[in-house]
Design a binder for this molecule. Structure first.
Ligand SMILES: CC(C)(COP(=O)(O)OP(=O)(O)OC[C@H]1O[C@@H](n2cnc3c(N)ncnc32)[C@H](O)[C@@H]1OP(=O)(O)O)[C@@H](O)C(=O)NCCC(=O)NCCS
Length: 184
């Protein structure tokens, strides 16, 4: 079961010890586009022109209205900087209820992705009522696989995601019960 926009806040804000997760706004575009232009995006489609990044950001913001959930912008509390986006993601035809992640290079290697994803997965299970989370990951994306496994997810299967994406990816994931058992 998933929650509809009418039965929950369209502007949720999640807080962790070091991060704020909030719905993206137009003010996030500059750092968002800089991240999407960086080489570290090689496993999420590769570096993009800002005009293409704008479309991607608009899609993620629009999904909040369409579905009542989408990825959050991640704000570093200590600096107020936008450092990435992560959270629930299930565009049309998607192979499951995903919690995905992507942080700007300067924000990686600090445990921020795990901290933010933990909060987003709690939110997906507790507020959206999801019964499973998945993470679609390129088999060569070792940092993302390490994060999925750190969160308790395991490899489930391979899939080909809907157009315009191409090529197989690995699906990692876990059930709500597995997550809650681990969190207790
Ligand atoms: C995938 C991605 C989000 C992982 O980010 P990450 O920062 O490595 O993940 P974590 O939050 O789990 O951080 C773990 C690292 O932080 C380090 N760390 C430092 N301080 C820490 C702390 N206080 N708590 C936990 N870990 C900490 C850990 O030692 C670990 O480093 P290591 O990998 O060198 O051992 C990141 O590589 C990324 O955004 N890549 C580009 C986009 C992308 O490919 N997205 C995934 C698509 S499937």
């Amino acid at each position: 079961m998933t929650a509809s926009p009418s039965c929950q806040s369209l502007s949720p804000v999640l807080e962790t010890p070091r991060l704020i997760l909030r719905v993206p706004t137009a003010a996030d575009f500059e750092p968002w586009a800089a991240f999407m232009a960086d080489d570290s995006t090689r496993f999420i489609g590769g570096p993009q022109h800002p005009a293409v990044a704008w479309r991607g950001m608009a899609t993620m913001i629009g999904a909040w209205t369409l579905e009542g959930f989408s990825m959050f912008s991640v704000i570093e509390k200590a600096t107020g900087r936008w450092i990435g986006r992560l959270g629930p993601w299930r565009p049309h035809g998607w192979p499951g209820t995903e919690v995905g992640w992507g942080l700007a290079p300067e924000a990686q290697g600090k445990g921020y992705a795990a901290e933010g994803a933990t909060s987003a997965i709690d939110w997906a299970f507790d507020t959206l009522g999801w019964s499973e989370v998945i993470h679609c990951i390129d088999a060569e994306n070792h940092a993302s696989i390490a994060l999925a496994e750190r969160l308790g997810s395991r490899r489930l299967r391979s899939v080909v995601r809907p157009p315009p994406l191409e090529g197989p990816v690995e699906v990692y994931g876990q059930t709500r019960e597995e997550w809650r058992t681990r969190r207790r």
